[in-house]
Design a protein around this ligand. Structure first.
Ligand code: B12
Ligand code: SF4
Length: 461
C-alpha cells in the first residue's frame, strides 16, 4: 500500500515558501506512525516540498486547517481527477464535514488513532466509507512514536512532542475545546520520556541545537500536579524546552522553579488583550490585566522567556489599543511578540456568535489567516484593523523595540535577540511590505457597528 501524506500550504504561510524556518510537521509524521507497518509512506510538507501530481499512490491523506482548506481541496481534486483515492482530516475537515466531503473519497472527523488503521484496511478490502467519525476520544496511552525518519532534516532544529491533549478552559475563539471536547488527557510520563530518549539519541540528525524540545500541548499547565511531575521527570535529560502555558503559572513558584530547573527556556502565553471586558467576554477569565506586569516579572525572574500573543478586533477594542499593546510589550518586556486579528474559526463559539450577529464578512477560507479581519469589529473598520496590525508589527520589530526588549533588560539574551531579528526579517518580507494580491475581505470599508450605530462602544474605558 502506497500512502502519500500532505500538509498543504496556504496563503496563511507568513514565513515564505521553501524556507525551512518551520517546525517539522508532527501531524503527518504521527499519521505515518499510525499506518500499518508495511505501508510505503511519503510525507510532503508543501512549505518545503513540491507535490508530484503524477506519482503512483494508492491513497492520499491531507490534513486541513481552515486557511489551508482551499489549497487542500485543490490538491485533492487533482488527485481524484486521476482516480486516486483521497482522505481529508484535521480540524477544518471536522468542523466543516459537508464541505470537505465534496473533495474527498473519505473524511475523518476528530482524532484518528483508532480510525486511520481501520480506514486503510477498508480501502484494501475495497469497502472505503465516505465518513469516519471518532465517537470516543482516544486514550493517549501507547500512542506510537512519530515517524521523523520520513521527514527531511533542515527544519528549525527542534523536536516536537505532544504530552497531552485538550485544555480545561473554553475561550470563545479557540478551536481546541470544540475539537477535543473539553476533556484533558495526558500521555503516561514513561512514554514521553522514552520518546525524548530516542530523539536525543538521534540528535546528530538535527544539528547542534538538537536538544531543544517543543511540547506542543495546548496547555502544558492544564493539570498543575502533572505538569510538575513532567518537569521532574525530564530533568535528568538536560534538555531545553518551551511550551504553551497560561499566565497563571506566574503564581505557582514551585512550578516556575521546577520548569526552570528542567530546562524551560520559554513559554507562549496568550495575553490576548489589555482591556478586561474583552477578556471576560471571550471567556479568558484567568487573565487579569492588572496582574500582567507582575506576572511577566515573576516568570522572567526564573530565567523563563515569554512569547506573548495579543489579538485585535475584539468587541471592546478601539484604535488606541494597538499603541497600548506595543507600549506594554516594550516595557514589560515581552521577549517574542505575536499579534493577530481575532479570527472566527468555524466550529468555535465565536464563529457561531458572529454568524448570528451577521458580522462575518468573508467565506473565503484563505483569508482566515489571523492577519486580517474577516469579521466586522465593533470599534474600528476591518481596514483599520488590518492596517493597524501591520503598524503594530512594524513598531514591535523595529530595531529600537528589539534592543529594548532583548538587549537592554538585565535578563538580556543573545538567542532571543537573534530570534527577533529573524522575526523582523520575516514580518517585513511577508506582511509589512508586500502588497497582498487580495489584501482585505469584502466589506473592508464597512463602518464599525458600534461607532456607526448607537455608540455602544463609546464609553468603555
Ligand atoms: C503546534 C501547532 C501549530 C504549529 C505547527 C507546527 C508543526 N509543523 O507541527 C504552528 C505554530 C506552525 C502553527 C501554525 C498555525 N496554526 Co496551529 N496549532 C498547533 C497546535 C497547538 C497543535 C497541532 C498539532 O501538532 N497537533 C498534534 C497532531 C497529532 O494532532 P492533529 O494535527 O489535530 O491531528 C490529529 C487529528 O486532527 C487527525 N488528523 C489531522 N489531519 C489529518 C489528516 C488525515 C488524512 C487523517 C486521517 C487524520 C487527520 O489525526 C491526528 C491524530 O488524531 C493546534 C492545537 C491543536 N491541539 O490542534 C493549533 C491549531 C491547529 N492551529 C491553528 C491555527 C489557526 C494555526 C495558524 C493558521 C495560525 C496563524 N495565524 O498563522 C497557523 C497555520 C499554519 C500553516 N501551516 O500555515 C488552529 C486551527 C484552527 C482551524 N480551524 O484551522 C488550532 C486548532 C489552534 C486553535 N487554538 O484554534 N500551529
Ligand atoms: S487557554 Fe488557550 S488552549 Fe485553552 S481554550 Fe483558551 S486559548 Fe484555547
Amino acid at each position: 500500500m502506497k500512502l502519500l501524506l500532505i500538509f498543504p500550504m496556504g496563503k496563511a504561510n507568513v514565513i515564505g515558501k521553501h524556507s525551512r524556518f518551520h517546525l517539522a510537521p508532527l501531524t503527518l509524521s504521527y499519521l505515518a506512525a499510525l499506518a500499518p507497518k508495511d505501508a510505503d509512506i511519503t510525507i510532503i510538507d508543501e512549505l518545503v516540498d513540491r507535490i508530484d501530481f503524477n506519482v503512483s499512490v494508492d491513497l492520499v491523506g491531507i490534513t486541513v486547517l481552515t486557511p489551508l482548506a482551499p489549497r487542500a481541496y485543490e490538491i485533492a481534486d487533482r488527485f481524484r481527477a486521476r482516480g486516486v483515492k483521497v482522505v481529508l482530516g484535521g480540524v477544518h475537515a471536522t468542523m466543516c464535514p459537508d464541505e470537505a466531503a465534496l473533495h474527498a473519497d473519505a473524511i475523518v472527523l476528530g482524532e484518528a488513532e483508532e480510525i486511520w488503521p481501520r480506514l486503510i484496511e477498508d480501502l484494501k478490502r475495497g469497502r472505503l466509507q465516505k465518513r469516519y467519525t471518532c465517537s470516543e476520544l482516544p486514550s493517549l496511552e501507547g500512542i506510537p512514536m512519530p515517524r521523523w525518519d520520513l521527514v527531511e532534516m533542515g527544519y528549525i532544529p527542534t523536536y516536537t512532542i505532544q504530552t497531552s491533549r485538550g485544555c480545561p478552559f473554553d475561550c470563545e475563539f479557540c478551536a481546541v475545546t470544540a475539537f477535543f471536547g473539553g476533556k484533558y488527557r495526558f500521555r503516561p510520563l514513561g512514554e514521553v520520556l522514552g520518546e525524548i530518549e530516542v530523539l536525543i539519541k538521534s540528535r546528530k540528525q538535527r544539528g547542534p541545537l538538537g536538544n531543544i524540545f517543543f511540547f506542543n500541548d495546548d496547555n502544558i499547565y492544564a493539570h498543575p500536579q502533572r505538569s510538575k511531575e513532567l518537569c521532574r521527570a525530564v530533568m535528568p535529560f538536560r534538555i531545553k524546552w518551551f511550551a504553551q502555558a497560561p499566565i497563571s503559572i506566574a503564581w505557582d513558584e514551585e512550578f516556575l522553579k521546577l520548569a526552570a530547573k528542567s530546562g524551560c527556556i520559554g513559554v507562549l502565553i496568550g495575553f490576548e488583550s489589555l482591556f478586561q471586558p474583552n477578556l471576560d467576554q471571550i471567556g479568558k477569565k484567568i487573565n487579569r490585566v492588572e496582574e500582567y506586569g507582575e506576572a511577566v516579572r515573576r516568570i522572567h525572574s526564573y530565567g523563563i522567556k515569554i512569547m506573548g500573543s495579543f489579538m485585535f478586533g475584539l468587541d471592546y477594542d478601539e484604535i488606541g489599543f494597538f499603541g497600548d499593546v506595543v507600549k506594554f510589550m516594550n516595557s514589560a518586556p515581552i521577549d517574542v511578540p505575536s499579534f493577530a486579528v481575532v479570527t472566527p474559526y468555524p466550529g468555535t463559539r465565536f464563529y457561531k456568535r458572529l454568524q448570528k450577529e451577521g458580522r462575518l464578512l468573508s467565506n473565503d477560507w484563505t483569508e482566515y489567516d489571523s492577519n486580517r479581519a474577516v469579521h466586522r469589529p465593533l470599534g474600528m473598520t476591518p481596514r483599520e484593523a488590518n492596517e493597524h496590525l501591520i503598524w503594530a508589527w512594524k513598531r514591535i520589530t523595529s530595531f529600537s523595540s528589539i534592543l529594548r526588549r532583548t538587549v537592554f533588560p538585565s535578563n538580556r539574551s543573545l538567542f532571543y535577540f537573534i530570534y527577533n531579528l529573524v522575526l523582523r526579517r520575516m514580518m517585513r518580507k511577508t506582511l509589512i511590505y508586500p502588497v497582498r494580491s487580495n489584501p482585505t475581505p469584502q466589506g473592508t470599508d464597512a463602518a464599525p457597528l458600534a461607532r456607526a450605530s448607537n455608540g455602544v462602544n463609546a464609553d468603555k474605558r
